[in-house]
Design a binder for this molecule. Structure first.
Ligand code: SF4
Length: 408
């Protein structure tokens, strides 16, 4: 009399990748009508088979499962990355196997008794829905045809899902190693924007990409104008604030403004560096333009000098993005700054971010911030030729630039 006991093999694919589902398959052979030996002999752990052989065997297994009286019973269950994140990969893997087992039992005719369930894994799984505790032995998929068959079904099924995904997102190279983490995958997973809905958000490389921010050099012209840009940018960028303002005079005023800027940085926990105080250079770039009105040519030269130096410093620090808080002041010509920013971005191989900080109530927010934290707010632009510089119309002497002689 023919044997009516049946054995189920279970295996999974996609436990290690950073991406998309883990897939489990359960498979059993019909105990009376046997499938050809030629197929049985070729069943091996999917990992030791080439892609083309796996696909061939997958098609043959499906073929025998589709007979009117199936020679093979199987079920495949998929647990997606959201579930993996919610329950952890070990539990998600168990869940995929559990569901595949429940479903295959529905397919196996009642006259056959399920005698054993074998799993190629060293987790000591028990499934409450089954009266039988699965036998779990490492590397059984090379010796037990049911496990080998299940491993091929799970692997090829998952690969087909991944192929679909690679059509949608070719830039992510998901077809390379089916998103089992490689260096190539790491290079396309640099920033939060590279993470898609299908990534496993609890896996370390994805957590790292999500927490990484692009570096941005923010040129700062004064403490009050730095407040809103720092608050608005620090969530999205890894900021380096750069103080480069040799236009500010006298030196006491410069120091006072520098302190205000440092206070904002400390308050907001952002890194900062101080540029040179090369007043002579500033005076040379505005020479013969000193008495032009604010926003005119004198100021264009002043922005030009500071933006070019900011681009140089960004380049020296290996930072690709830069911008300036000069955009925050209603007294500055924003379009001129944008044009200069673009000019130096192109010259130094960077990108200048054109952010109209003064929009969305930027100026009023900065006033509120400086009041709240007692940040010094100046009452003239910076140089002694500023329109509102106290005593602007008195004749300037070299002492007006002196460190100790004047304090705004
Ligand atoms: S007025 Fe302000 S922007 Fe213009 S040159 Fe003087 S410091 Fe620079």
């Amino acid at each position: 009399m023919s044997q009516t006991y049946i054995k189920i093999g279970i295996d999974e694919a996609g436990r290690g990748p950073w991406f998309w589902p883990v897939v489990a398959a359960a498979l059993a052979f019909h105990p009376i009508h046997s499938i050809p030996d030629s197929l049985l002999r070729r069943l091996q752990d999917s990992k030791v088979l080439s892609e083309s052989v796996r696909e061939e065997l997958f098609s043959e297994l499906i073929h025998y499962a589709q007979w009117e009286e199936p020679q093979i019973f199987f079920w495949v269950w998929v647990v997606d990355s959201q579930m993996i994140d919610a329950m952890n990969i070990k539990q998600a893997n168990k869940e995929a196997m559990r569901r595949a087992l429940i479903e295959i039992q529905r397919k196996i005719p009642k006259e056959f008794e399920i005698r054993s369930v074998v799993i190629d894994w060293n987790d000591n799984y028990t499934f409450q829905e089954l009266s039988i505790k699965p036998i779990s032995i490492i590397e059984w998929d090379r010796k037990v045809s049911e496990i080998s068959g299940a491993s091929i079904l799970a692997k090829v099924f998952r690969d087909k899902l991944m192929d679909t995904y690679s059509l949608l997102y070719p830039a992510l190279w998901v077809d390379s190693n089916k998103w089992y983490g490689t260096k190539k995958h790491q290079t396309v997973l640099q920033w939060p924007k590279d993470v898609t809905w299908a990534h496993r958000l609890t896996f370390a490389p994805i957590v790292r990409a999500l927490s990484r921010k692009p570096k941005l050099l923010l040129h700062v012209c004064c403490g009050p104008d730095a407040t809103v840009p720092i608050m608005d940018l620090k969530g999205e960028y890894d900021l380096l604030c750069y103080w480069y303002d040799p236009n500010i005079q006298p030196k006491k005023e410069y120091t006072k403004r520098l302190r205000a800027f440092q206070k904002v940085c400390e308050q907001e926990w952002v890194e900062w560096i101080e540029g040179e105080y090369d007043v002579e250079r500033f005076l040379s770039v505005i020479r013969w333009l000193e008495h032009t009105p604010e926003k005119w040519e004198k100021c264009t030269q002043c922005y030009d000098m500071r933006l070019e130096r900011s681009a140089q410093i960004a380049k020296e620090h290996g930072i690709k993005l830069f911008t300036s808080t000069l955009n925050n002041s209603p007294h500055k010509d924003m379009l001129k700054m944008y044009a200069l920013g673009d000019k130096y971005a192109e010259e130094y191989g960077l990108r200048f971010l054109k952010i109209p900080f003064r929009k969305n109530d930027g100026f009023n927010r900065s006033v509120a911030y400086t009041k709240l934290y007692d940040i010094y707010r100046q009452n003239y632009c910076g140089c002694i030729y500023s329109d509102t510089f106290p005593g602007k119309n008195k004749k300037k002497t070299s002492n007006d630039w002196d460190e100790s002689n004047w304090c705004g």
